[in-house]
Design a protein around this ligand. Structure first.
Ligand code: SF4
Length: 664
């Protein structure tokens, strides 16, 4: 039995796990655009052109403002860029744009001190404001640790004084990939280390009565990121520090669908629980593409309070600060230690043909009379009442509605899906190994728990129509955990009448938000197909949904099926075309499985930011690239026209290279 009295489980990081409520935060004024409190959740982004290019920066800022940015961050790596921020601000104001500017600072307190006099906010990274990374694990005693803190205070106090004097706001922005040696040695590379890194700076600010702070806890690993923000909220409360507004972001999320899905999993999960006062989506694309994504994520909560009531949770039965997968039975290949499964909904496709399955990763090769499967081969296909008429490949199993399954001649290779009511009432034959049962809130009662607990073939498909869907589904998981039901669970979300990009973000938030907490053994996404009259468009949409399903599992770090690219969004420090390079590396490597490749614009922050990548491609100067294996540099200054080949050579040396198989 779970110990629901454990102190850990009683700790809170949000107002409610069931009733949507935005966390009450302190209002921080940033150049006349206040953040926190009841102000709207703000959208922001960062420029990518060289900060010394005043005209280019101003033009990019205007494009960003017009795409919805309410604050704009610009890198200031040294004094001369910090000084130029003043010019950029002046030029923008002359053109009638008053959007507050934020100086982004790493390693250079003097640039921060100058920028704090010229723009409305400075961002400092507590991992490198007063520390240079030496990748050393130094043993600190309490005395030497305190001496380090005193040293930080000396470096940091002048900036706080200037911010107070000029009314400048500050973000204390911790990044998972750039924690100081001091923090790493005491707390490790953990969410707690990230939080402590910020707290060291927050305490100094509060000692000096400076409260114009915003805090962030970014990571490219969504589980770490979500845990760190939650822990931050909890620690601020525990230490009776102010409830500072939160800036949400997933670092180095990447580009295209992967970048959007990963951002939604991390940022959306926190927004669902009412955390977050500003959002920056980091994509390896032009920055004007970021604000619309952030806005779409945020706008979802405008009327969220009006959702149907969900029974409150007295004590959460899961640990929100550490990943544990819910303990489940293994039913065929679902649950327990199996990777979460992907079920594709073909119930609205008429007369499924052999070649249709290539859209969900299964290819029939007629000459060889054999099936091939790629990395995005779905595990199950749900066909409702329209059974498939041909033999399916081994790796793909079919699910039919119970009424159709009961009358089908092949009841061994096809599996039934029962409604919760059918399951409770039925007395007829079921499959001997695996039965899917679709349940919602009304099935959460004693008779159901008893029956399902005694059924080793049951896999539940959890569904809800509640507007506050992630919380409603999480509540269903809590009922199951509290009642010791160990049946694996497939999370179902159904989306109708929405553009594909919105569906992508909503599905990633709702399903990803559960997966990052170890809840869920599979995913089933459904959408209307009949809006398309032609079959090709229907199948294209199913292809996108299949890719989205695998993308969500990967972004929540629960099933790695494709190469992961941890690419920075680039900024004024980048000396090569990061978008083009990312596309080139991707083209040559995206058939590899489960490898993480970091593609970073600069040597200053790149190696730290790509944290847990297996390989790194990092700009070190004009047309010069350093290649990394994990955290170690293995080639220092490779000419950029040879660097991708050398990177592939490195992967080959490690025995991780595969030749691409053309499946079409
Ligand atoms: S890693 Fe990329 S975004 Fe970060 S500072 Fe370097 S170039 Fe800029």
């Amino acid at each position: 039995m779970l110990d629901l009295t454990s102190d850990l489980l009683k700790t809170k990081y949000c107002d409610s796990l069931t009733a949507y409520s935005r966390r009450k935060t302190r209002v921080v004024d940033i150049g006349g655009v206040p953040m926190g409190g009841d102000n709207p959740i703000r959208v922001q982004s960062m420029t990518t052109v060289d900060t010394m290019d005043t005209k280019g920066s101003v033009e990019q800022c205007i494009r960003m403002i017009e795409s919805g940015c309410e604050y704009i961050r610009i890198t200031a790596p040294s004094l001369k860029e910090a000084e130029n921020l003043g010019k950029i601000r002046k030029e923008l104001e002359l053109k009638g744009y008053k959007t507050p500017l934020i100086a982004d600072i790493h390693f250079t307190p003097n640039a921060a001190e100058l920028a704090a006099k010229l723009v409305q906010k400075v961002r400092v990274n507590p991992g490198n404001y007063a520390d240079k990374k030496r990748f050393e694990n130094i043993e600190y005693t309490d005395i030497t640790y305190q001496a380090e803190l005193n040293r930080i205070r000396e470096r940091f106090e002048p900036l706080v004084k200037i911010c107070k004097e000029y009314g400048t706001a500050m973000r204390i922005g911790t990044n998972h990939g750039s924690l100081s040696d001091r923090i790493l040695s005491r707390y490790g590379d953990t969410p707690l280390g990230m939080v402590e890194s910020a707290l060291e700076f927050i305490r100094i600010c509060e000692d000096m009565n400076y409260y114009n702070l915003v805090i962030s806890m970014k990571a490219s690993n969504t589980q770490v990121m979500v845990q760190a923000y939650r822990l931050l909220v909890q620690k601020l409360e525990e230490e009776k520090l102010q409830p500072y507004p939160l800036h949400l972001g997933v670092t180095e999320a990447g580009e295209g669908e992967d970048g959007r899905v990963k951002s939604a999993v991390g940022i959306g999960t926190l927004l669902e629980d009412g955390l977050g006062d500003t959002v920056r989506v980091s994509l390896t694309e032009d920055p004007e593409f970021e604000a619309p994504v952030a806005k779409m994520l945020i706008d979802r909560y405008t009327n969220r309070k009006e959702h149907k009531e969900i029974k409150p949770v007295e004590v959460s039965p899961i640990n929100p600060f550490q990943y544990f997968r819910r303990n489940t039975n293994e039913v065929l290949n679902i649950g327990n230690s199996n990777v979460p499964r992907v079920i594709m909904d073909f119930s609205r496709v008429e007369n499924v043909q052999v070649e249709d399955l290539k859209n969900i990763g299964h290819f029939y090769l007629p000459l060889l009379d054999k099936w091939n499967m790629n990395d995005l081969g779905s595990d199950f296909i749900y066909t409702g009442d329209q059974p498939i008429s041909f033999m399916l490949p081994n790796g793909l199993k079919e699910i039919l509605n119970y009424s159709s399954w009961k009358t089908h001649e092949d009841q061994l290779h096809k599996f039934p899906l029962l409604t919760g009511d059918e399951y409770l009432e039925q007395s007829g034959k079921l499959h001997g190994n695996l039965n899917f049962i679709k349940v919602n809130y009304k099935h959460m009662h004693e008779a159901f728990y008893t029956k399902v607990k005694n059924d080793p073939t049951a896999v539940l498909i959890l569904t809800t129509t509640n507007l506050h869907a992630m919380a409603a589904l999480r509540r269903l998981f809590f009922y199951l955990i509290e009642n010791e039901v160990k049946a694996p669970v497939i999370i179902q979300r159904q989306f109708e009448n929405m553009p594909e990009e919105q569906l992508q973000l909503y599905a990633s938030t709702d399903v990803g938000g559960l997966l990052v907490d170890g809840l869920g053994d599979g995913i089933l996404l459904s959408t209307e197909l009949n809006k398309f009259s032609d079959r090709t468009s229907q199948l294209n949409l199913l292809k996108s949904m299949n890719s989205l399903s695998f993308g969500i599992l990967q972004a929540a770090r629960t099933r790695m099926s494709k190469t992961e690219y941890i690419s920075c969004p680039s900024c004024g420090r980048t000396l090569f075309d990061l978008q083009e390079t990312t596309a080139m590396i991707r083209k040559r490597t995206d058939h590899l499985k489960g490898i993480k490749i970091g593609i970073m614009g600069c040597i200053v922050n790149g190696p730290g930011e790509m944290a847990d990548a297996d390989y790194g491609y990092v700009g070190v100067g004009k047309d010069k690239i350093a290649l990394y294996r994990g955290q170690n540099v293995v080639k220092k200054a490779v000419p950029s026209d040879k660097a991708v080949d050398e990177l592939i050579e490195l992967i080959r040396e490690d025995g991780k290279w595969l030749e691409a198989i053309l499946s079409e």
